[in-house]
Design a protein around this ligand. Structure first.
Ligand code: HEM
Length: 520
């Protein structure tokens, strides 16, 4: 790849699923019942899931014994729940599960395993993944883990089926509709990104992960509850949301100190804030003049749905989670990838400098919808970040009925896990998949389209915030490249225990460009 940057050579651990071709799956059932095959994964899994902070420390200092016997925990988002290693020179992958069979054998791209004690069909196959995503909702229902249901709430959109799902989805689609993207969202993202970066001092170190989270949090807080950045209520809510987000994918152990129990506490606090906002709005409703009415998700839902207090709470928590967690991780990953790829930054900067010059000529200061449309290379960078980054590494469903697919039987009631990175990192779909290469997305007709790109899911549950998430990423990158140079202040690899994160917060050293393009 002429322009590509080889992430693999930059010790970026994203190779996990590429080892998964059937002929490389060599562990036999007998090996599975060995001590290494059962105790280690079990122990590993328990510890890893116990608390996110413990996870990170644990992974960063693997016991030397692991190295000796040739097992290393794969810290890649690709194999979030799995350990990968070599035993007697044979590749093996162990699924880490708490069940009777704590280790399973891998047999090709579609296989049965036992995850968290539940029989699960794991699909690393592009066709089956598409089938799962696109299938009629009568075939598959949501199969997310208990922690998701309990932390996000029983009315969460991720758990809804049939008409209840359609109804909640239409509220989400209305929230993130294209019309809003053109004006309020673009304006808010522009201002909030400028606000976030205005505190970056020349030659200082900032934590990229938290800076990205600030943008995404404030975007959601403003457009969901009309909360402005910087107020005490917003800041307290932001802290609680961090705890909440960490517990969504966690072992449902309600013991003091676990990510799960912290998330449940945070959930109660956030719901109190939401309900208080609701009450204020309902009390003021009659007195408020039409033009003073809030234009946010809460107001829209109050006026246009017959949802209960509980349903509104879960809707808001879910939209917040969807909009805040994923997009901020995508932005942090983009900062990380771009930091190692100066050619991309150069081309990105050219694109954004051109936009800024155009704006100056037209006498505008903020970004317009037409400016956004010109960000073609930026969209390639975003696609590539999402392909390689795999922020949502898998999608969980449950077979509602007995399903046959290409000679495989999926029993009714069985969990199904569509592993998205397996497709995104498959060399038959993406040449040199381990390379961060935004140019792969360019084509003579604009941005290349492929049904092997599944970062936003697909079908009836396709992410309703995809366009909004992309726009936030683009606006953040706009401010970043036209104002700053940056580099990693110290090594910090993205890890996936249990969900993608930068253990040190992605410390980057930022330098103001000598001719920054906008005043912040
Ligand atoms: C880069 C950013 C994002 C990524 C990678 C992403 C990814 C995804 C994926 C893969 C799904 C499908 C889940 C499934 O099939 O069960 C999904 C669903 C969802 N996303 Fe996003 N998302 C992003 C941004 C956003 C934003 C900004 C919002 C907020 C408006 C949002 C709200 C949602 C909601 C509410 C769902 C559930 C949809 C349903 O079940 O019908 N997402 N997202």
């Amino acid at each position: 790849m002429a322009n590509g940057y080889d992430i693999a050579q930059a010790t970026f651990p994203y190779q996990g699923f590429m080892k998964m071709a059937p002929h490389r799956v060599l562990i036999t059932p007998e090996d599975c019942s060995s001590t290494i095959g059962t105790i280690l994964p079990w122990l590993g899994f328990t510890l890893l899931q116990f608390s996110f902070d413990v996870n990170v420390v644990f992974i960063q200092s693997p016991p030397p014994i692991w190295e000796k016997i040739g097992i290393h925990m794969d810290t890649s988002p690709v194999t979030g729940l799995m350990g990968y290693g070599k035993l007697q020179d044979q590749d093996m992958v162990l699924t880490l599960s708490i069940g009777l069979q704590s280790a399973e054998c891998w047999h090709g791209k579609i296989f049965m395993s036992n995850l968290l004690g539940k029989p699960t069909v794991v699909s690393a196959d592009a066709e089956l993944n598409r089938f799962i995503l696109q299938a009629d909702s009568r075939l598959f229902e949501p199969g997310w883990s208990r922690s998701i249901g309990e932390v996000l709430g029983k009315h969460s959109i991720l758990l809804q089926v049939g008409d209840a799902h359609k109804k909640m989805r239409s509220i989400n689609l209305n929230f993130a509709n294209n019309g809003k993207l053109k004006t309020p969202f673009l304006r808010d993202a522009y201002r909030i990104a400028a606000f976030v970066m205005s505190s970056w001092k020349n030659d200082s170190v900032v934590l990229g992960k938290y800076e990205a989270r600030k943008l995404c949090f404030h975007m959601m807080a403003k457009n969901i509850l009309s909360l402005e950045p910087g107020t005490p209520v917003t800041e307290k809510l932001r802290k609680e949301y961090e705890a909440f987000a960490k517990g969504v994918v966690s072992l449902p152990l309600n013991l003091p100190g676990t990510a799960y129990s912290k998330a449940l506490k945070a959930r109660s606090y956030i719901l109190e804030v939401v309900w208080q906002c609701m009450e204020e709005r309902l009390c003021r409703k009659k007195d408020v003049e039409e033009e003073d009415a809030k234009d946010d998700l809460l107001q829209w839902t109050l006026e246009n749905s017959n949802y209960s207090e509980e349903q509104i709470g879960d809707l808001i928590l879910g939209t917040f989670f969807g909009g805040y967690n994923t997009t901020s991780k995508a932005i942090a990953l983009a900062i990380y990838f771009l930091g190692g790829c100066p050619k991309t930054v150069e081309q990105l900067r050219e694109e954004h400098d051109r936009i800024v010059q155009g704006k100056r000529r037209g006498g505008n200061s903020e970004l317009s919808c037409d400016d956004y449309k010109q960000m073609e290379f930026t969209q390639c960078v975003i696609n590539e970040t999402l392909r390689l980054g795999n922020i949502v590494p898998y999608i969980q469903r449950k077979a509602s009925t007995h399903i046959k697919f290409k000679g495989y039987d999926i029993p009714q009631g069985c969990n199904v896990m569509a592993v998205l990175p397996a497709v995104h990192l498959d060399p038959s779909f993406f040449e040199s998949p381990e390379q961060f290469n935004p140019w792969r997305w360019q084509s003579d007709h604009g941005i290349r389209r492929t049904n092997n790109f599944m970062a936003f899911g697909g079908g009836a549950r396709l992410c309703p915030g995809a366009v909004l998430g992309r726009m936030e990423m683009a606006v953040f990158l706009h401010h970043l490249v036209i104002n700053f140079n940056w580099e990693l202040a110290e090594p910090d690899l993205p890890m996936a225990f249990p969900s993608l994160d930068f253990p040190k917060g992605l410390p980057i050293k930022v330098r103001l460009l000598s001719n920054p393009q906008v005043s912040m």
